[in-house]
Structures are given as structure tokens and as C-alpha cells.
Unconditional design. Structure first.
Ligand SMILES: [Zn+2]
Length: 141
């Protein structure tokens, strides 16, 4: 029998068809994972990435760019973004990062445009995500 010191199921009512004799499903969740901050899609709150894969490209993590239509984007660079789906063909038009081709990076859950994935042959690639379209949160906040 595991001792569970806090009522961690308080915000997650047990489904009516679950036997009260079953152990709590959340009792084995890793505390480190629960405490880790996530970076979420601001539109649907799906997990997109976390602060750990923040990376610097050409010397800085965050950059401002103006696209050909005149819109300014404040991008943060991330080496990984598990919640993004990369779509479209590689493009070399309007190279914000010289030498890198780019594709669109969309929220894998709601399809919102979150930024771009940049890559070139001798580089692992990175995501440039629009910081206004993300929010930081603990997973169960
Ligand atoms: Zn989303």
C-alpha cells in the first residue's frame, strides 16, 4: 500500500465507473516531470516545448524579424519542439537566418501557426517560435 500524503486527485474527480479499490492512477507520476515547466500553445494549451531546449543561434536566443508583409515577429530559438508539426516544402525565400532553409511549424494539436523550422545540411536545425503565440506553464496548472 502506497502512502499518498496529499489529495492529488482533488482536481481530477474519479470517473463513476472506476472501482474505489483501485490504486490512484497518479500515484506513480514522477515528481520531476510534474514540476517541470512547459511552454504551451497559447491558443489550445497543448505542450509545445519546454525551457530546456532553448538555444542561441548566431549569438542570441530571441530575435525580432519583419516579414515581407510588414509584420514583426519576436522569435525564440529552440533545438526541439515536440508539440510542433513541420509542414510545407523547404523554402529559401526571405532567409532570416542566412544559409538555412525553412518550413512552417504548426501546433500539432490545433494547427495554429507557431513559427518555422530552420535547417541546413551541416546543422541539426532549430525551431524559431513566435513567442507571442506561446505561454509558459506547469503541466497541471
Ligand atoms: Zn494549439
Amino acid at each position: 500500500m502506497r502512502f499518498v500524503p496529499v489529495p492529488i486527485l482533488a482536481h481530477h474527480p474519479r470517473p463513476a465507473n472506476t472501482s474505489p479499490a483501485e490504486p490512484a492512477a497518479t500515484a506513480d507520476v514522477d515528481d520531476d516531470v510534474r514540476a517541470e515547466l512547459s511552454i504551451l500553445c497559447a491558443a489550445c494549451r497543448a505542450t509545445i516545448t519546454s525551457p530546456q531546449p532553448r538555444t542561441a543561434v548566431n549569438g542570441s536566443h530571441d530575435r525580432r524579424f519583419v516579414n515581407p508583409a510588414g509584420f514583426t515577429f519576436h522569435l525564440g530559438c529552440f533545438s526541439a519542439a515536440i508539440g510542433c508539426t513541420i509542414v510545407g516544402p523547404d523554402s529559401l525565400e526571405y532567409p532570416w537566418f542566412p544559409g538555412f532553409s525553412w518550413r512552417y511549424a504548426m501546433c500539432g494539436a490545433c494547427g495554429c501557426h507557431l513559427g518555422w523550422h530552420f535547417r541546413k545540411p551541416d546543422h541539426a536545425g532549430f525551431f524559431g517560435l513566435i513567442l507571442d503565440r506561446l505561454q509558459q506553464s506547469a503541466p497541471d496548472a
